[in-house]
Structure formats: structure tokens, C-alpha cells
Design a protein around this ligand. Structure first.
Ligand SMILES: NC(=O)c1ccc[n+]([C@@H]2O[C@H](COP(=O)([O-])OP(=O)(O)OC[C@H]3O[C@@H](n4cnc5c(N)ncnc54)[C@H](OP(=O)(O)O)[C@@H]3O)[C@@H](O)[C@H]2O)c1
Length: 261
């Protein structure tokens, strides 16, 4: 039986992507830390489509070797993964010399290492079957440096570059990989990144997680390598391409600095 593996499926964009997969009668394996939330999400997904099988694996994906743990759990259950949604991720706001390095190390492990290793572990089977889809959730932050969220922006730049490089290697294999790049989106992200009430979320249009997921999902089906959601975000990314680099980093710095308490 084929399954879609969705990380960070207990809320926000990942939850909305899981709902779309359920509507399309896709079996699901949900991953996040909060077991109770995963149980609730499973019940909700089965209400959407009772024909699917939904399993979940509670796991902190910022732990070393968590990708190997997920792979071995899925192998033990004899499931075949044909779609991966690498969505789990978080950010942190503040002056770099004041923020927690432990939190940043967790962010790098979750946003970069686990995403990369999950793909590494499941990709060979997809290549052999000549089919598979991988969606990596990046951000518009991937296109620019972001003072006061310096490490987060850098992790998303990695996700975008990694996805584009891999997309080139996957040509003609039947497997596709896509980077979803949303701008500010109404989820728990803002609160968890200590950004609540920030200028970033006040000055930029904030999308719903549902609309972001819908666009990302549709473009994944079409095999598009990069998806930037929303008109203003597309415009920002376009202007970054033409504006001098120093102008871009100063502009982002100004927007972000307004959020300092
Ligand atoms: N919201 C935005 O403005 C925005 C903009 C651009 C990009 N993004 C990206 O979109 C993705 C999804 O974020 P979101 O906005 O939907 O945030 P969210 O509402 O905070 O959801 C994050 C999801 O990831 C899970 N998660 C967090 N840390 C985890 C860990 N260590 N191990 C396993 N699961 C973990 C959470 O569940 P548990 O807490 O139960 O583990 C939750 O299911 C992230 O990669 C984020 O960087 C968000």
C-alpha cells in the first residue's frame, strides 16, 4: 500500500497538506512530537475520507538519527512511501548573540539535516519504482538574508538550493521534488518564533495555511520545482533578483528590526 509521509502534520501548513492528501484518497503517515494532537488529526482525516489508512509516529525530528528512526518504523510496518512532505520546521527571532544556540542547533537539525536524510533514505526506492513526489517546505526567506532571524533564513536558503540541485539530478527518473516558498502564514509559527505581534506579520499580507497548502499541493502534482505563494511574495522575490544585495539585506533588516521588543 502506498503512503504519503507528512512531517509536522499536527498543525499549520502540514495539517492542511495532509487534509488535501486525504481528500485525494492517499494513505498517510503523520509525524510530529505531540501524540495527542496526532491522534486528533488522524480522527479528523478519517472523517474527511474513511477509505484511507492513517498511521502516525510521534517523534522529535530535531533529534539526531530521527530520520533513521522514521524509516525503520515504516519498514517494520511494511509500508511503501510514494510521497514525502518535508514540512516540519521552526524559526527563532532575536539578536544572534542573545538567542539560544541549543535552539538554533535544533533548528538546523530539523529544518536541514532531518529533511535531507529523510529524502536520502526514501529516494532509492522511489528511483527504483520510477515514481515519487517530494515537497520541501522552504519560505520566501530562502531568497534573502534575514537579520534577527539569521539562522532561520539561512536554513531556508539551504532547503531551496538543495531542492533545485536535486531536481536537476532527478530529471527523467519519474521522481519529482518541489520547494514550497510561502510568505507570512497564519499558523503557530509566529508565536513559536517569538514573532507574535511583529512588524513582519503586521506589514506583510498574511495568508491562510489552507491557501498555501492548496497552491503547494497543486504545483507538486504538476512537478513544478519552485512555488512562491501570493502576489506580494512573488513581487518581493522578483525585486530581490534585480536589486543590489546590500539594499535587500538592509530592507529585510529594517522590517525585522521593527519587531525587536
Ligand atoms: N507560518 C509561516 O509564516 C511560514 C512562512 C514560511 C515558511 N514556513 C514553514 O512552513 C513549515 C510549517 O510551519 P507552520 O507555519 O505550519 O508552523 P506550525 O503551525 O508551528 O507547525 C509546525 C509543525 O511542525 C511540527 N514540529 C515542530 N517542531 C518539530 C520537531 N522538532 N519534530 C517534529 N515535528 C515538529 C509541529 O508539531 P509538534 O509541535 O507537535 O512537534 C507542527 O505540526 C515550516 O517549515 C516553516 O518554516 C512557515
Amino acid at each position: 500500500m502506498n503512503y504519503a509521509l507528512v512531517t509536522g502534520a499536527s498543525g499549520g501548513i502540514g495539517y492542511e497538506l495532509a487534509k488535501l492528501l486525504a481528500k485525494d484518497t492517499h494513505n498517510l503517515i503523520l509525524v510530529a512530537r505531540n501524540k495527542n494532537k496526532l491522534e486528533e488529526v488522524k480522527a479528523e482525516l478519517l472523517k474527511i475520507n474513511e477509505k484511507i489508512d492513517v498511521r502516525f509516529i510521534p517523534k522529535d525530528l530535531s533529534e539526531n538519527n530521527s530520520a533513521e528512526f522514521i524509516k525503520s518504523e515504516i519498514d517494520k510496518q511494511g509500508l511503501c512511501v510514494d510521497t514525502i512532505i518535508n514540512n516540519a520546521g521552526f524559526g527563532d527571532f532575536g539578536k544572534y548573540w542573545e538567542t539560544s544556540f541549543e535552539k538554533e542547533a535544533q533548528m538546523i537539525r530539523l529544518n536541514i539535516l532531518t529533511l535531507t536524510q529523510i529524502t536520502k533514505l526514501f529516494l532509492p526506492d522511489m528511483i527504483q519504482r520510477k515514481s515519487g513526489k517530494i515537497l520541501n517546505v522552504a519560505s520566501v526567506a530562502a531568497f534573502m538574508p534575514g537579520s534577527y532571524m539569521t539562522v532561520y533564513y539561512a536554513t531556508k536558503a539551504f532547503v531551496l538550493s538543495y531542492t533545485e540541485g536535486l531536481a536537476g539530478e532527478l530529471r527523467g527518473t519519474g521522481v519529482c521534488v518541489s520547494a514550497l516558498c510561502p510568505g507570512p502564514t497564519k499558523t503557530d509559527f509566529e508565536n513559536k518564533a517569538s514573532l507574535d505581534g511583529s512588524d513582519l506579520f503586521k506589514k506583510m499580507p498574511v495568508a491562510s495555511a489552507e491557501s498555501v497548502a492548496k497552491i503547494g499541493y497543486k504545483r507538486l502534482q504538476k512537478g513544478k520545482v519552485i512555488t512562491i505563494t501570493g502576489f506580494i511574495n512573488k513581487l518581493s522575490v522578483l525585486s530581490v533578483r534585480f536589486a543590489p544585495r546590500c539594499l535587500v539585506r538592509n530592507l529585510v533588516r529594517k522590517i525585522q528590526k521593527g519587531s525587536l521588543k
